[in-house]
Design a protein around this ligand. Structure first.
Ligand SMILES: [Fe+2]
Length: 207
């Protein structure tokens, strides 16, 4: 099965880069998601959810501050319907070698233009129960903007992924990562997080 080699990469490197030809979304779903992302209202973000330094535009569909919450706009329902279908969640579960039920907790569009980036961070600082981050790429013509995933035990080591249009990155939220500075063009992606927990965000229980 095609997912086997991807789940192996996920297990070894903390990330699976699923090429456009192998993604579980149809062409129409990708084009619809791209359209919703383009049209949704965006805000400029300089400090990320995990306290990291950022520089990007964000359009939100689902937030996860205290618990998962749908954002009230005309696209949210359509976006969530596509990304939370059985077909998609089962595919992600296979990549993550996960047999339990998983839920989407947060979904947002990130637009990173020339000179902008997403700073080094750990997704688990936003929510300790996040299992994986899933990133669908809509940018077609950009340079830089690499998805850089660091080795968990040796943070001097990393692997860079250059996401193509229509590709899907599935990344273990235990691995620190960043998006390097976009040198040219615009890097546009839909990011959503899956978790086995569908309840409260437990980050506030740490203190
Ligand atoms: Fe992240």
């Amino acid at each position: 099965m095609i997912t086997n080699s991807y789940s192996k990469n996920y297990k070894i490197n903390g990330t699976a880069y699923i090429e456009t030809k192998d993604i579980p979304f149809s062409k129409k779903e990708i084009s619809d998601l791209g359209k919703y992302c383009k049209e949704v209202n965006k805000e400029f973000i300089e400090i990320g959810d995990a306290g990291e330094k950022n520089h990007l535009l964000v359009g939100r569909f689902m937030t996860d501050v205290k618990e998962p919450k749908l954002v009230d706009n005309e696209f949210t329902e359509k976006v969530i319907k596509i990304i939370s279908s059985k077909k998609i969640l089962n595919f992600i579960k296979k990549i993550c070698n996960c047999n339990d039920e998983v839920y989407i907790r947060r979904a947002q569009y990130n637009e990173i233009t020339e000179g902008c980036f997403v700073g080094y961070h750990l997704d688990k600082d936003s929510n300790p129960d996040y299992l994986a981050a899933c990133v669908i790429q809509f940018g077609t013509d950009f340079s830089g903007g690499l998805y850089r995933v660091y080795n968990k035990s040796n943070t001097k080591k990393f692997i860079d992924y250059k996401p193509e249009y229509g590709s899907l990155l599935v990344s273990d939220c235990d691995y620190p990562h960043e998006v390097t500075k976009v040198e040219k063009g615009s890097r546009e992606s839909l990011v959503f997080f899956v978790s086995k927990n569908n309840g409260k965000n437990n980050r506030y229980q740490k203190n």
